[in-house]
Design a protein around this ligand. Structure first.
Ligand code: ZN
Length: 721
C-alpha cells in the first residue's frame, strides 16, 4: 500500500498545492506553521507538536492558501505557465507541511483528542478543496494556458503538468454551469452519505453476527492459536468459557481452513458471505442501486459514457475495454486451474470417504479446508521453520544492501532528526558519490493509535523548479516489538512486504522531476503498485538470502531446499486466489459499465447473471460479494478500479523478466533503464510510454501467467494486457 496516492480528484489539489512561498506564521505559537528547520533541507518538527495546535494551524494554512489562490485567479497579467500553473504549484506550501504531519498523526498517533480534531477538520478540509476546484477565475486561467500549450515553448514536463491540472479541474466539474454545477454538488454530497451508510451497515453486520460455540467438539481441527483467539473474543463479549467466531475475514478464514466440522463451516461461510444482504435494516442492496444511479448521472453530467470511463481516463489502462481485455485473458486459465484444484481436493475427500468418512462433493465452505490438506501433502511448508531465518533488522539491512547493489544508494543513520515516537529511526540516503538523496523514516512496531497493515508515506516531495528540494519518505509496519536484545522474527510474507513498501520508498527517493505534483508515487492508481510489487521479487534472490536470511541462533543462511519449497508453494492455490479476486474485479467493472441514471440495477440479479455468464466455478464466490464490496461502495477510490491490482502485477511480473532475460537480478543496464524510465520520472510521462521506454515493448501477460503457474497460451505469449 502506498499512502501517498490520493484517491479523489479534489484531494489531488492538496498535493498539487505542495511546496511553496515562505509564509509568515499568523500564529507564532504554533510550530506547525513554521518552515521546517535543521539539516537535510529542514525536517518535520515532530518534537514540538501539540494536538491542540492542529486546528488553528490547519485553519491558518487554509486561509493563507486561499489568499494565494485568489492572487493567482485575480491577476491582471495575461495567463501563462509561470504566472498561473507554476504559481499554483507554488501555492499552499504551509498547508502541505501541516497536512503531512496531521496525516502522520492520523495514521500512527491517533488519540481520542486527535480524533476529535479530525472529526471537526475533515469536512472543513473537504469544503476547502471544493472551493479551489470551483474557483472559476482560476480555472479559466488554467484553461487558457492549456489551450495555448502547443505554442508556448513549454518543456514536455510543463505540458504534462498543464494537462494534469486542466484535466483534474474538468474531471471535478469545473466546466459545468448553473443547474448542472448545483446538481454535481448535490450528487457528491448524496454519494458521500451513501458511502458512509454502506460502510456502517457492513460494520454492523460484522459486529452483530457472532457464532458462539460452547462445546469442545465444536472446535475440532482448530489449532491452539485459533482456539485461544476465539476464547478471548468470547470473553470480551461477556461469554467467558465459550468460543466466539466473529463475522470478519480474519476470523472466518482460519475457521474455514481448519475446522473439521462441515456443518459449522457452512454456517460460518453463509453468515460471512451474507453480510449486507440479510434483507434487514442493514441491507446494502438499495444503497448500492442508488450509488450506481448517482454515479451514472454524474458521469453523464461530466460528459463521459459511464462511471467506468470517467474513472479510467487518467489511469494507465485508459479505457474500461483495455482493463477488461486483461481480465478476460487471465480469467479462462484461472478457471481451468480451479477445476484442477477442485479435482485434487475431491480426491482427498473421496479417499477420506473410502476410510469411512462421509461422502461429499466440494462446496464453497469446503474449499479452504481441503486446499489446506492438499497444501500439506504436496508442499509441506512449515512457517515455523522459516521464521528463525528472518530477523527484522537483518531484513532492513537486506533492503539497504539490495538498493545499493541495484541503484548505488547508501544509507547511514541520520543525526538530530526529531521523530514522532521513540520507536521511529531515521536514515540519510546518499547516492554512490555521497550526494544527499533524501531521508528514510522507519516506524516498524505496532502501538495503540496506529492503523494496522504496512504502508509508505511521503513527508516531503522532491522538486527542482525552485531550487532542489529532496524527498522525505517513511515506511510503516506493525511488527510486535521483541524483548530488549532479542531479535524480532518475521514471516516470509512480512519480509516480502518490507521489500514492497521499500519499493514505494525508492519510487519517492529516486524521483527526479521539476514539479512536486508530478513527483515520485503520485502516479496513476493502476501504476503505483508496479515498482513496489517489482521489488518483492528480490526477497528470494540468493545473494540477498545468503547474506541476510541468517538463523538468529546459529547465523547459518536459510537452506536452499527451504527456499525452493517456498517458491513451489507460491504457485499453490493460485486458481482460487485469482478467480476469487478476478470475479470481483469483473463484476465491479461490468456494474459500472451497465449502470444508468434512470434504471435501477438489482445487485443480486446482476451479480448472479454476470457470474453465470462468466462461467464462475460453483465452488468459489467473489472475494467481496457486491453487498460487502467496500473497495467500490465505501468511496469512489477503487470503483471501476479493483482491476488495478492485476494490472500492476502484470507489469511487475513482466518487468522482473527483463532482469532475468538480461542475465540476473543485478543487471546494471536494466537497473539503469528502470531508474531512468520508471523510478525517476514520476508522473511526468504517460505510464504506458514510460513502461515501453523501460521494456522496449508493451507489457505482455506471459510473465504473469508463469508467475502464477498458469499455462501460457501461444497466442498470448506476446500480447499486451
Ligand atoms: Zn503498495
Amino acid at each position: 500500500m502506498s499512502r501517498t496516492r490520493l484517491p479523489l480528484i479534489a484531494a489531488a489539489f492538496v498535493v498539487a498545492s505542495a511546496l511553496v512561498v515562505a509564509a509568515a506564521p499568523s500564529n507564532p505559537g504554533t510550530p506547525l506553521l513554521e518552515k521546517w528547520k535543521g539539516a537535510y533541507g529542514g525536517v518535520p518538527p515532530f518534537d514540538k507538536i501539540k494536538v491542540a495546535d492542529f486546528k488553528p494551524a490547519l485553519e491558518a494554512a487554509m486561509a493563507e492558501n486561499l489568499k494565494e489562490i485568489e492572487a493567482i485567479a485575480k491577476s491582471p497579467a495575461k495567463p501563462d505557465f509561470e504566472n498561473t500553473v507554476a504559481a499554483f504549484e507554488r501555492s499552499g506550501k504551509t498547508l502541505e507541511r501541516v497536512s503531512r504531519i496531521y496525516n502522520v498523526y492520523s495514521s500512527t498517533m491517533s488519540s481520542d483528542d486527535f480524533q476529535k480534531v479530525e472529526t471537526e477538520m475533515e469536512p472543513k478540509l473537504a469544503a476547502f478543496r471544493d472551493q479551489i476546484v470551483q474557483n472559476k477565475d482560476l480555472f479559466s486561467r488554467i484553461a487558457a494556458v492549456y489551450d495555448a500549450r502547443e505554442s508556448s515553448n513549454l518543456t514536455p514536463e510543463q505540458k504534462r503538468l498543464v494537462w494534469l491540472d486542466y484535466t483534474n479541474f474538468v474531471r471535478a466539474g469545473a466546466r459545468l454551469e448553473g443547474d448542472a454545477r448545483q446538481r454535481l454538488t448535490e450528487i457528491n454530497q448524496k454519494l458521500a452519505s451513501l458511502f458512509t451508510k454502506f460502510s456502517q451497515n457492513l460494520l454492523a453486520d460484522e459486529k452483530d453476527y457472532v457464532l458462539y460455540l460452547d462445546k469442545e467438539s465444536d472446535l475440532a481441527g482448530l489449532p491452539p492459536g485459533v482456539r485461544e483467539g476465539a476464547a478471548a473474543a468470547a470473553e470480551t463479549r461477556g461469554k467467558k468459557g465459550q468460543w466466539a467466531i466473529l463475522n470478519t475475514r480474519s476470523s472466518m478464514e482460519p475457521f474455514l481452513t481448519y475446522s473439521d466440522r462441515r456443518d459449522l463451516r457452512e454456517k460460518v461461510w453463509r453468515t460471512y458471505y451474507a453480510r449486507g444482504n440479510n434483507g434487514d435494516a442493514k441491507d446494502n442492496n438499495a444503497t448500492i442501486s442508488e450509488i450506481l444511479k448517482l454515479r451514472a448521472e454524474r458521469a453523464t453530467l461530466l460528459g463521459y459514457p459511464t462511471h467506468a470511463h470517467w474513472r479510467l481516463e487518467d489511469s494507465m489502462a485508459k479505457t474500461p475495454e483495455r482493463a477488461m481485455e486483461l481480465m478476460e485473458a487471465v480469467w479462462k486459465p484461472a478457471v481451468a486451474r480451479v477445476h484442477e484444484e477442485v479435482a485434487d481436493m475431491q480426491a482427498v475427500a473421496d479417499a477420506e470417504a473410502d476410510k469411512g468418512g462421509p461422502k461429499i462433493t466440494i462446496e464453497p465452505w469446503d474449499y479452504r479446508y481441503y486446499a489446506e490438506k492438499v497444501r500439506k501433502a504436496k508442499y509441506d511448508l512449515d512457517q515455523n521453520a522459516v521464521m528463525p531465518y528472518l530477523q527484522l533488522e537483518k531484513m532492513r539491512e537486506a533492503i539497504f544492501w539490495n538498493a545499493g547493489r541495484l541503484f548505488g544508494l547508501q544509507f547511514k543513520p541520520a543525526k538530530d532528526v526529531p521523530v514522532v515516537h521513540p520507536d521511529v529511526r531515521v536514515w540519510e540516503v546518499t547516492d554512490a558519490a555521497g550526494k544527499h538523496v533524501g531521508l528514510w523514516y522507519f516506524d516498524p512496531y505496532a502501538r495503540p493509535g496506529k492503523q494496522s497493515g504496512a504502508w509508505m508515506n511521503a513527508y516531503r516531495r522532491q522538486s527542482k523548479f525552485d531550487g532542489a528540494v529532496t524527498t522525505i519518505v517513511s515506511n510503516n509496519a506493525n511488527f510486535v516489538k521483541g524483548k530488549p536484545g532479542e531479535p524480532v522474527l518475521i514471516s516470509w510474507d512480512d519480509a516480502s512486504t518490507m521489500f514492497h513498501e521499500f519499493g514505494h520508498a525508492l519510487h519517492g527517493l529516486l524521483s527526479s522531476v521539476s514539479y512536486p505534483s508530478l513527483a515520485g508515487t503520485n502516479v496513476a492508481r493502476d501504476y503505483v503498485e508496479f515498482p513496489s510489487q517489482l521489488l518483492e521479487h528480490w526477497v528470494s534472490v540468493p545473494d540477498v538470502l545468503n547474506r541476510f536470511a541468517l538463523h538468529y541462533k546459529t547465523g547459518q543462511p536459510i537452506p536452499k531446499e527451504l527456499v525452493e519449497k517456498i517458491d513451489r508453494a507460491s504457485k499453490f492455490n493460485q486458481g482460487f486466489i485469482t478467480v476469487e479476486y478476478l470475479a470481483g474485479a469483473l463484476v465491479d467493472m461490468k456494474l459500472h459499465l451497465a449502470a444508468t441514471a434512470d434504471k435501477a440495477i438489482d445487485p443480486q440479479v446482476f451479480e448472479r447473471d454476470t457470474l453465470t455468464a462468466l462461467g464462475m466455478p460453483k465452488e468459489i464466490v467473489m472475494r467481496h460479494r457486491t453487498t460487502q464490496f467496500s473497495h467500490i461502495f465505501s468511496g469512489d477510490a477503487y470503483s471501476a478500479g479493483y482491476y488495478s491490482y492485476l494490472w500492476s502485477d502484470t507489469l511487475s511480473a513482466d518487468a522482473w523478466e527483463a532482469f532475468v532475460e538480461a542475465g540476473g537480478p543485478y543487471d546494471k543496464t536494466v537497473a539503469k533503464r528502470l531508474v531512468d524510465n520508471v523510478l525517476s520520472t514520476g508522473n511526468t510521462i504517460d505510464p504506458a510510454d514510460d513502461y515501453r521506454a523501460f521494456r522496449g515493448r508493451d507489457p505482455g501477460i506471459a510473465a504473469l501467467m508463469r508467475k502464477r503457474g498458469f499455462p501460457v497460451p501461444a497466442a498470448q505469449a506476446a500480447a499486451a494486457p
